[in-house]
Design a protein around this ligand. Structure first.
Ligand code: ES4
Ligand code: ZN
Length: 349
């Protein structure tokens, strides 16, 4: 019944609320699925190209931005790897990392587990030391500078050989790189987890935590393989688990974290629209899901934007939003002490 016929045309009521009170509340959370190279904003790409005396194949920001239209994971990866050409010096890697941390702090991120792709830099002639030390130098002061605790994850490109990955892992261990974990990313289909069994065994022996992308474009069997053959503790994406009810039951029983990236899935056409995203069904199934930004410079938003768009489409309850934030903290590789601190903060402590 139309009891309030004038509502749509009525001016907004005057309020005494401050902007912070009107804006959706930012929950303190952990970002667990973030590729630092995917935070390279178009403006910074041009700035770094100029600083390093490199000519870009685009006339300007508009021409570059017009390329951010993807048909699948590979179409994105092509641009993602091409744009890395501007990352040449430790300073470049540090500047990119600081820009992410500043933006993440504004999004409510209080702990970030940051992936980087060393092989994508080594193959361009940038040394392991340059890329790792550049990112790590910004992470070393992230608590003082941005109020964000951080740790570094070395991700390996699954479309390259396991020998290449083993060589890079050896290099990271030899230089005592400050990495807490390894991950597995890049082109999924045709590169199943089992290809990297020795790599993950070696990383586990070295005391590293383990995560892998699985079930983004690849089938549910890749998720099972990542758990059973690689022994990962966490699955990045994992949304295709929803096609296998037995797998869902196992993931629920074992509380396996799934680091879901809704805007990424829309932009890479893994789902048709955000309204078709399985996140609400995943929450309803009792899966341990968190919301993450993946490659925010490419996919239309940071973690706060992911939450805002989910909120707009699904009207998540306060309970759901708190659960997503709590899941992110519980699922992190942070110390028990740091997790307790963040959970206190989330619970208004
Ligand atoms: C990635 Cl969205 C996604 N999937 C797989 N590998 C990646 N590397 C950077 N972003
Ligand atoms: Zn990813």
């Amino acid at each position: 019944m139309d009891n309030y016929p004038d509502t749509a045309a009525a001016p907004l009521p005057e309020t005494d609320l401050t902007e912070a009170e009107v804006a959706p509340q930012l929950l303190p959370l952990a970002e667990l699925h973030l590729h630092i190279e995917g935070t390279l904003q178009p403006e910074l790409i041009f700035e770094l190209a100029e600083r390093n005396g490199l000519a870009l194949p685009y006339s300007g920001l508009e021409e570059l931005r017009a390329l951010y239209e993807f048909s699948d994971l590979q179409s994105f990866l092509n641009l993602y790897y091409a744009n890395m050409a501007v990352l040449q010096t430790e300073q470049d890697f540090a500047d990119m990392t600081r820009a992410y941390l500043a933006r993440a702090a504004a999004a409510g991120v209080r702990h970030a587990e940051i992936m980087m792709d060393p092989q994508a830099h080594i193959s361009r002639g940038v040394s392991l030391e340059t890329c790792v030390n550049g990112v790590a130098s910004a992470l070393a002061t992230s608590v003082e500078d941005f109020g964000i605790s951080t740790l570094l994850i070395a991700a390996f490109l699954r479309d390259l050989s396991e020998e290449s990955a083993l060589e890079v892992l050896d290099g990271l261990l030899a230089m005592k790189a400050p990495i807490a974990a390894i991950g597995l990313d890049s082109a999924e289909v045709g590169n199943p987890p089992a290809k990297f069994e020795r790599l993950f065994a070696k990383a586990r022996e070295a005391g590293l935590r383990l995560t892998a992308h699985a079930g983004e474009e690849g089938p549910p069997s890749y998720i099972i393989e990542a758990l059973d053959v690689l022994g990962v503790e966490r699955i990045d994406h994992g949304i295709r688990c929803m096609e296998d009810p037995d797998l869902v039951e196992r993931l629920v029983d074992e509380r396996i974290p799934l680091t879901v990236c809704p805007l990424s899935n829309v932009r890479l056409r893994t789902v048709d629209t955000l309204a078709d995203h399985p996140l609400p069904a995943m929450l309803a199934a009792g899966l341990n899901v968190s919301v993450n930004s993946d490659d925010p410079a490419y996919f239309g938003g940071y973690v706060d934007d992911n939450f805002a768009q989910l909120q707009a489409v699904f009207e998540l309850s306060d309970f759901d939003r708190s659960r997503l934030a709590a899941n992110s903290i519980h699922s992190s590789f942070a110390s028990e002490e740091r997790k307790a601190e963040l959970l206190d903060e989330l619970n208004g402590g």
